[in-house]
Design a protein around this ligand. Structure first.
Ligand code: SAM
Length: 291
């Protein structure tokens, strides 16, 4: 059988420096679009390589901006790179990269919140992105809901969000986002970056996190798990028998799944929340709400 053709080699340094591209196209950073650029190609190379082997995998990038990470992704074995950018100014600036990619790079002008990457890129696919922080969490939640469609997500977040994604029970950062994320994915921190790595520097530290779909997530319905975690962490200092009152007969529910009614949300692991969600679902199925 024929081996797949290797991806053509791409030299990120062969194109004009990113600072030059920014000056030539007048690409001053817009705060409203979460624009903090990575202009050091060694750094973008590090991020792209941290995604793991891209052989045979379509890379999806959200927010290519001036294209530092895009170039680095083209230097991996990814046969194709699909970059979704909302700010029209970058589309022209990226044309040089498109040309140098020999057909491997496609730029899609769109709001990543409204596009379905599965429609744009064939499987196997992986997302690698330095996310706009103002929409990072809604973007992640959208991808998590269909995480099985991806080999991995390698994403830059502000550190405080990254801490929540990987937080374990008993820690301050552990909350709804931790439970929903770790229910669907194995999430791990790859490395941190200081504000000065970016132009302009954001106010906060940043962290690259990798998320890989979990092989056997506990059965639960997304909508119900959201409802249960919202109730539990909405009053995180209270005992669960109190905070889950809105779900109706919280004590019975908790006893049914073997969680102490006097414990607090922070002490319950992902498996515990999934069991609670299944119990709520079973109850809803037995007593459907009036039409
Ligand atoms: N990848 C570039 C880098 O590392 O230098 C830029 C990263 S910057 C943090 C975020 C990028 O996402 C910007 O290019 C911005 O225009 C783009 N962006 C912001 N909101 C977006 C959205 N809703 N959909 C697609 N791209 C978006």
């Amino acid at each position: 059988t024929a081996l797949p053709a290797p991806a053509p080699t791409f030299d990120p340094h062969a194109l004009p420096p990113l600072r030059e591209v920014i000056a030539r196209f007048g690409l001053d950073a817009k705060k409203s679009m979460g624009q903090n650029f990575l202009l050091d190609l060694n750094l973008t190379g590090r991020i792209a390589r941290s995604a793991g082997s891209m052989t045979g995998i379509t890379a999806i990038e959200v927010g290519p901006g001036p294209g530092g990470l895009t170039r680095a992704l083209l230097a991996t074995n990814a046969p194709r790179v699909i970059a979704i950018e909302r700010d029209r100014r970058f589309i022209d600036a990226l044309q040089d990269v498109v040309e140098a990619s020999h057909g491997r790079l496609t730029i899609v002008e769109a709001d990543a919140l409204t596009v379905d990457p599965e429609q744009l890129a064939p499987a196997p696919r992986a997302i690698v992105a330095n996310l706009p922080y103002n929409v990072a969490t809604p973007l992640l939640l959208g991808w998590l809901a269909r995480i099985e469609a991806y080999v991995s997500l390698t994403l830059m977040f502000q550190k405080e969000v990254a801490d929540r994604l990987v937080a374990k029970p008993g820690s301050k950062a552990y909350g709804r986002l931790s439970v929903i994320t770790q229910w669907r994915a194995d999430a791990r921190v790859l490395f941190n970056l200081p504000p000065r790595a970016f132009t302009p520097p954001p106010k906060v530290e940043s962290t690259v996190v990798q998320l890989v779909p979990r092989a056997n997530p506990e059965p639960a319905e997304w909508r119900i798990l959201e409802k249960v975690t919202a109730a539990a962490f909405g009053q995180r200092r209270k005992m669960l028998r109190q905070s889950l009152k809105s779900l109706g007969d919280a004590e019975a529910l908790l006893e049914q799944v073997g969680i102490s009614p006097t414990s607090r949300a922070e002490e319950v692991d992902v498996a515990g929340f999934a069991a609670l969600a299944r119990a709520v679902q079973a109850r809803e199925a037995a007593n459907p709400p009036c039409p």
